[in-house]
Design a protein around this ligand. Structure first.
Ligand SMILES: [Zn+2]
Ligand SMILES: [Zn+2]
Ligand SMILES: [Zn+2]
Length: 158
């Protein structure tokens, strides 16, 4: 597991590890890790904040690419589909996955002041929701867990 976004850490390692893990995964699964997909993941890894599709498009254009919205959306779809990134519904934005190993059910802690997001892992079958679902004979396939609040740094400043 990569360090917590709220803790100080060597962020260059985060970026390098994230890209290397995605490269390995794509090579193993025979997926095309095109330059644009790689660049979008790198942009997402560049910050522990969630970025909207248009923020990503801006960065691509700053790279000198004549990027159009469908290009950014297709790259994001690919990254989300293969688990390299997640969509934060609350913010309508995307974040690089920080648990690059296998299936997991992410939950997000979103700082409303600095917009940093920490990804944690939860099991939807555990806890109260899981119990309620079992009682109802319901099979949970997907849950959205997003908590909004203050990170330690912003809580201290407040
Ligand atoms: Zn980092
Ligand atoms: Zn993840
Ligand atoms: Zn914060």
């Amino acid at each position: 597991m990569t360090p917590d976004a709220f803790d100080p850490h060597n962020h260059q390692d985060c970026i390098a590890d994230g890209l290397a893990a995605a490269e390995r995964h794509c090579a193993r699964e025979g997926l095309q890790f095109t330059p644009i997909r790689r660049r979008v993941l790198e942009i997402l890894l560049g910050d522990h904040t969630a970025l909207g599709a248009y923020d990503i498009l801006d960065r691509l254009r700053k790279d000198g690419l004549n990027a159009q919205p469908p290009m950014a959306y297709r790259a994001l779809d690919f990254l989300v589909m293969h688990g390299f990134a997640h969509r934060i519904e609350r913010l309508n934005a995307f974040i690089a996955c920080s648990h690059l190993h296998g299936d997991h059910t992410p939950a997000f802690l979103i700082c409303r002041t600095c917009q940093r997001v920490v990804e944690t892992d939860t099991d939807p079958a555990a806890g109260e929701l899981g119990r309620a679902a079992r009682q109802a004979g319901f099979v949970i396939e997907r849950t959205v867990r997003e908590a909004e609040g203050l990170c330690p740094a912003c809580a201290e400043a407040a």
